[in-house]
Design a binder for this molecule. Structure first.
Ligand code: SF4
Length: 374
């Protein structure tokens, strides 16, 4: 089991309590973005194209704690930007752990080894390392030669020091399902606790607009990757969300499930879109026109979206919302290999990975680059 029992229990009791209270819209995980600055400039990222004066700003630890207490979620994800560049990230993590929040710090791990001494191993803290595939694919995806090796080195150091380490992987058009499956084996071998995988989102500001996946292509890709699973693979995502990615079930988006808070405030309506900001979480819930979002709304910005931050909460709320949801989830956990002959045939189809016919373009950032071994 990828997620510790105490964490699963905390999340389950939280969700059931919210439902018993009759809350119609409640969050599952807060996406706390304490800065937008990064030491990578990935072609598919829409977060780091802000002007320099914005990239210099940081949330203070107290601003972070206030936002987390306002949302009241049992889990906090810290994306960015690169959180390890934040000048007080150790204080932020320490304060959240003291509040018994399950923290996932999303990092590209370039600085993980050198900053590990800032943190203490805890069941409440996981490093969620961003890795998009095997060495060539990841380095192409993050526009940084040596990025994969540095991240693996960081993972090994964190695992050896007793930290929980998970991974998050974003897949774009041109991903090779056989390579992704081999990549899962590599992650399990280095001691990763659980993997999360999701399709990328078409950020309007991202430099590379050509390689985002449409819904049908996403389902085909994830059916090929996630069917016929090896018993050794462990995932850090709701089984129902993974079935959604494989095209086995339909969910509506839950944009309030993982609300994003940054130096601008609470972002409307979700982590991906920027249709304004609210000063408080309650204002976000009360003043957002939720009917304008999600695939069924007809909003073109949502048409192809299947991202984790929109649909993981849908999967969890389905699992804990009815006897049927509980049974479906139990079945998915018990019969978790998903044997599928058609999916095996998909693995035999020729693929031309994008990194095989495109040069790796290293995009420079203003941040000093840590030394990595290629
Ligand atoms: S479908 Fe995607 S982009 Fe649209 S509201 Fe949901 S998470 Fe945001």
């Amino acid at each position: 089991m990828a997620v510790p029992v105490s964490q699963s229990w905390t999340v389950a009791t939280y969700v059931i309590k919210q439902k018993l209270k009759g809350r119609k819209r409640f969050p599952l995980v807060i996406m706390l973005e304490p800065l937008f600055r990064c030491n990578l400039a990935c072609a598919g990222c829409g977060k780091i194209q802000y002007p320099a004066h914005i990239l210099k700003q940081e949330l203070t630890p107290d601003e972070c704690f206030r936002a987390v207490e306002e949302a009241g979620t049992p889990m906090v994800s810290i994306p960015g930007g690169e959180p390890l560049l934040h000048s007080q990230i150790d204080k932020i993590v320490e304060g959240l752990v003291a509040r018994k929040k399950y923290v996932y710090m999303c990092t590209n791990a370039l600085l993980l080894k050198e900053k590990l001494h800032l943190f203490k191993p805890s069941k409440y803290l996981s490093f969620s390392v961003h890795l998009d595939g095997q060495r060539d694919h990841h380095d192409f995806s993050v526009c940084r030669e040596g990025g994969y090796d540095a991240a693996i080195e960081g993972i090994k150091a964190a695992v050896a020091a007793g930290f929980r380490v998970t991974t998050n992987t974003t897949l774009f058009d041109g991903a090779d399902p056989n390579s992704v499956r081999a990549f899962f084996d590599e992650l399990m071998e280095v001691g990763v606790e659980g993997m999360m995988v999701a399709p990328g989102y078409t950020y309007e500001k991202a430099p590379d607009q050509k390689h985002f996946l449409g819904r049908a292509r996403s389902r085909r890709l994830f059916r090929a990757i996630l069917s016929n699973r090896r018993k050794t693979w462990k995932f850090n995502a709701s089984p129902m969300y993974m079935e959604f990615l494989m095209g086995k079930r339909e969910f509506s988006c839950t944009p309030w499930g993982m609300p994003a808070f940054s130096i601008f405030g609470w972002q409307k309506p979700c982590y991906l879109l920027q249709d304004g900001y609210a000063d408080t979480f309650q204002e976000l819930i009360d003043t957002t026109d939720w009917s304008s979002y999600g695939t069924e709304s007809g909003n073109p910005k949502c048409a192809n979206c299947m991202v984790h931050s929109g649909y993981e909460a849908s999967g969890v709320y389905y699992s804990l919302g009815s006897i049927r949801g509980l049974l479906d989830t139990a079945m998915a956990m018990f019969f978790n290999t998903y044997e599928d002959k058609g999916a095996l045939d998909l693995l035999n189809e020729p693929v031309t990975p994008i990194h095989s016919h495109n040069p790796l373009v290293q995009i420079q950032t203003a941040e000093p680059q840590p030394e990595v071994t290629a």
